[in-house]
Each structure stands twice: as C-alpha cells, then as structure tokens.
Design a protein around this ligand. Structure first.
Ligand SMILES: NC(=O)c1ccc[n+]([C@@H]2O[C@H](COP(=O)([O-])OP(=O)(O)OC[C@H]3O[C@@H](n4cnc5c(N)ncnc54)[C@H](OP(=O)(O)O)[C@@H]3O)[C@@H](O)[C@H]2O)c1
Length: 275
C-alpha cells in the first residue's frame, strides 16, 4: 500500500506523518509536500531528500491518490477553494487533519462529491504516540479507509467513529486531553515541592509516574479501575489520597470539563464552516 500522497501544508503535523510513513517503509518519492514557507521545505528536504517539495498544490495533487490537508483550520476554506479545480480533475481521497472543520464543509469548498476522511489527532503524534479518531463520509471505499488509517497509524493509535459528530467528543477527550494530563503533572510536581522535594526531583517523579502508569495500563489486560484497586491497600497511603480526590469531586469535574470542550468544539465547527 504505497499510494502517492500529497501533503498540503508541511508544518509540524505533516512532518510527523511523513516521518512515520517513511519509517514504515513508504517510499519518499511517493510523497509530495506543498508549503509556501521555504524554511519548512528546507527542513523536509534535509531530512528526506527523496521527497517532492514545492509551492504548487495543483501540481502535487496531479500526482496523488491521497491528499492530506495539514494547514491551520482558519485558512482551510481558502486553501480548499484554491485547489478545487485540481482536486476535481484527479478526485483523490481527501484526508483532513484540521481540528474542528467538518467533512461536509471541506467537500463543499473542494467542489463536492468527494471521498473525505476527517481525523482528529493530538499533539503526542509529534513524538509518534498520538491518538487519532477518524470518520469517513459515505463515498470512502474500504481500501481508501485502510490507506487513511495507515497514514495516521504511522504516528500512533487510531480509532474509527461511525458518526462524524462523535469527533466532538474525541476532541474533548484525546484532542484536548494532553493538556489535562499536563495540568495533573504540574499539580503533582507543585504538591511534591510543597512537601519539601527539590523542584527537579518532583518534576522527574511526576513525569515518569504519568508515563509509567499509562504504559502499565496499555500493556495490561486489566482496566484502569482494577489497576487502581491493586495499588490501593486498605488503610494505606494511596487509599487516603484517593479519598481526598473522590470527595473533592474529581470525576464530576472531569465530566464537566469534557462537556465544556465538546460544546466548544461544536461552536468552532459552526464558525469555521460558516461560508
Ligand atoms: N500540531 C498538532 O499536534 C495537531 C494536533 C491535532 C490537529 N492538528 C491539526 O493539524 C493541522 C496542521 O497543524 P500544524 O501544527 O502542523 O501547523 P503548522 O506547523 O502551522 O503547519 C501548517 C503549515 O501550512 C502552511 N500553509 C499555509 N498556507 C498554505 C497553503 N496555502 N498551502 C500549503 N501550505 C500552507 C503553513 O505555512 P506558514 O507558516 O507560512 O503559514 C505551515 O507551514 C492543523 O489544522 C491542526 O488543527 C495539529
């Protein structure tokens, strides 16, 4: 599965995806990347000399079976409208990683009647540990779904959603989720300092604990609740701390936070798809 792919926008995310694909054995000369910024193109050329690089989106699309839209959401409408002719001439699979822009809007800006997969990755994709939700419109074939999945799997875990509207919940959970966990890490570090630990010691212990807990949970057959119970001895220190977190309303607070993020995701999609 080495379909020619054109990346429109060659910033952080496109770079991670290209790196993941090349590491997975995708030939560099099957990849095109388009960006107006010479600095971005230079970075890519140094890292992957076999890549096709340029400023002309239409030219790149004329070679591609898959077009990955990797520009900022705010410029996506303008970028799509400029490329509509080239896309309609070639009719490739469209894969959008732009946060919060609905596939129906992308399809409309590109001239309509296109196979579109909309993805919601998160920032750990930049280190190959992303979590991405994907949703396909009715024109995407099973083969195209497999191609879209292999592009995003190059930077981490992928999950398909039957209904695109579920991507608002994905945005609330895993899209914004790294920030919630950074907040927890900050809070752990600060609390450790308050208990007398040196700042750097507290920081390293907080980070490694978060990483180790996630790795243990991912590699275990047990769910998080079972793993939690297992480290909570009756009358011990963990039990005492968990009582404070439960009575303080951590679960309710998390539910409220995700609901607020989900609602904001809907609002942003309405705004971005207005025209
Ligand atoms: N970063 C993440 O972890 C993450 C997570 C989830 C979703 N996403 C989504 O991924 C997309 C890309 O994010 P990013 O972090 O990679 O952004 P980025 O680093 O800013 O990259 C976007 C690139 O697109 C270029 N560009 C602007 N107009 C263009 C055009 N007409 N044709 C081709 N390229 C054009 C930009 O150039 P200039 O700099 O010159 O404008 C920039 O180099 C966004 O839609 C974002 O919502 C990112």
């Amino acid at each position: 599965m080495n379909e020619p792919i054109a990346f429109i926008g060659a910033g952080n995310m496109a770079r991670s995806l290209i790196g993941g694909l090349v590491a997975d054995g995708w030939p560099e000369d099957a990849l095109w990347a388009v960006d107006p910024n010479p600095g971005q193109r230079e970075t890519l050329a140094t890292q992957w000399p076999g890549l096709h690089l340029g400023e002309d989106g239409a030219e790149a699309i004329s070679h591609a079976d898959v077009v990955v839209l990797a520009v900022k959401p705010q410029v996506l409408d303008e970028v799509c409208r400029a490329l509509a002719g080239a896309v309609q001439a070639r009719r490739p699979l469209i894969v959008s990683i732009a946060a919060g822009v609905r596939s129906a809007d992308i399809e409309r800006w590109l001239g309509g009647n296109l196979a579109v997969v909309r993805c919601m990755p998160n920032t750990p994709a930049l280190v190959g540990c992303g979590a991405t939700g994907l949703a396909a419109n009715e024109r995407v074939s099973p083969t195209q779904k497999a191609v879209a999945e292999s592009i995003l799997r190059a930077v981490g875990l992928t999950v398909w959603l039957d209904d695109e509207s579920a991507l608002d919940a994905v945005t609330a959970l895993s899209g914004s989720g790294p920030a919630y966990l950074f907040l927890v890490m900050e809070a752990l570090e600060d609390a450790g300092v308050q208990l007398g630990l040196p700042r750097e010691t507290a920081r390293l212990l907080a980070l490694q604990t978060a990483f180790g807990a996630a790795k243990l949970a991912l590699e275990s057959d047990e769910d998080a609740a079972t793993l939690r119970t297992r480290v909570t001895s009756r009358g011990g220190t963990t039990e005492r701390a968990l009582q404070v977190l439960e009575t303080g309303g951590l679960r309710e607070l998390m539910a409220q936070a995700l609901t607020a993020a989900r609602d904001r995701s809907r609002e942003l999609a309405d705004q971005l798809g207005r025209d």
